[in-house]
Design a protein around this ligand. Structure first.
Ligand SMILES: [Zn+2]
Length: 68
C-alpha cells in the first residue's frame, strides 16, 4: 500500500460561511446548524436562528480546530 501525500488534511479545513460566503479559519468559532456552517454572528442574523420554534434543530457552536 502506498501512502498518499498529506494534502487532504488542509483541504478539510476549507470551510465557508453559508451566510456571507467568507471563509472560516480553522481557529475561528463556527456554528453548525442543519448541516450548514456559519459564523456565530452570521447565524444569529439568520431568520431561522431564533424565529421559528417549529424546527428544533439545535445549533452547534465549535471553537477551535475540534471537529464533530
Ligand atoms: Zn459569515
Amino acid at each position: 500500500m502506498r501512502v498518499t501525500k498529506s494534502e487532504v488534511s488542509t483541504a478539510e479545513f476549507r470551510i465557508w460561511c453559508e451566510a456571507c460566503c467568507i471563509r472560516i479559519a480553522p481557529h475561528e468559532e463556527r456554528t453548525i446548524a442543519a448541516g450548514k456552517i456559519y459564523h456565530p454572528r452570521c447565524y444569529s442574523k439568520q431568520p431561522s436562528a431564533n424565529g421559528g420554534s417549529k424546527t428544533a434543530s439545535p445549533a452547534l457552536t465549535i471553537t477551535g480546530s475540534v471537529l464533530p
